[in-house]
Design a protein around this ligand. Sequence first.
Ligand SMILES: [Fe+2]
Length: 139
Amino acid sequence: MMWKEKYKIGVSLIDQQHEELFQRVSEFIKVVQSKGDWELRLAKVKETMSFMQEYVVFHFDAEEEYQKEINYPEAEGHKIAHKQFKEAVGKYAARLETEGFNEELVQEFSGKLMTWLIMHVAGTDTKIGDYVQRQGGDA
Ligand SMILES: [Fe+2]
């Protein structure tokens, strides 16, 4: 999974954070799908899991803050989408803790994470950029 120019919403702070997220998720997927001893790959998997949990919250907060600043009319709905995303990541994190970091579950999670991220950035976040443009402002 690669970061694509078309995912840019035109707000540089958010675009930079999105790019970072995509890079991390794609690294994560590479490690999850690579061959070799699972135990050896596990350290990277765990590191990415904790990064994702922290960075997703940091990024969502920044994005929500920006929406407030620009009086974005769909901010409430967007916040709900973020909450659901965080909950979904949190559920997997909890399952991985209780069920153990087995390869199959991590693979399932990495696939979902990629889908959620693309859907959210391409489907929901791009609307922020559209709004800024409609307002005639520079994002
Ligand atoms: Fe968002």
